[in-house]
Design a protein around this ligand. Sequence first.
Ligand code: DC
Length: 216
Amino acid sequence: MNIAIDGPAGAGKSTIAKRIAKKLGYIYVDTGAMYRAMALYFIRSGVGADDTAAIDSGCENADISIEYRNGEQAVILNGEDVTGLLRTEEVGNMASATSVNGNVRKKLVQLQQKLAATNDVVMDGRDIGTVVLPGAEVKVFLTASSAVRAKRRYDELVAKGETPDITKIEADIRERDERDMTREISPLRQAEDATLIDSSYMTIDEVVDAVVDLLP
Ligand code: DC
């Protein structure tokens, strides 16, 4: 059984997917973390976000795999657990920029399809329902307004003791949406057979229930 959840950054995909995985005993696969691990590799190698040739050849040298530790996904980059280094704005922006590359996508999509072939998964990302798992039993397109998504991110950063600028956060979110939706290969879009859920004014439990209700 495969559940595909796609949608823009900050719509709550990972929170919802994790809860559903726990509830149903499925594996949660965070594909954004794979693109982020690849981006971290490029940042560390000093590769520019628009240096296509270096990204094409560099991604051959980045060995990315997934392990599960106490039910949590860990991302391993060339033997190192990089899970704790992936959720920064710098890595996120680099991931958005380098995930347009065909070689990067081919490599990570293969890994994602392999995981789904042998496990019950809840997988979230941008192209899961359209490209990675077109045959998924349940497909959801989870979204929320950019203002709501910016506020959620702002609250997260404030809770960490930071003093973020909400206007800048919303501008970054819009810029990333635009890039993810207009790229040539596997753009972010709702699969024809996906159910649209707008989480702007829903609680986490309400969204989880709405997805679980879609199971055959
Ligand atoms: O979901 P996230 O913020 O961790 O994703 C980081 C970037 O990776 C996002 O801007 C687009 C890219 N991505 C992708 O292209 N395809 C996916 N399936 C998941 C993420």
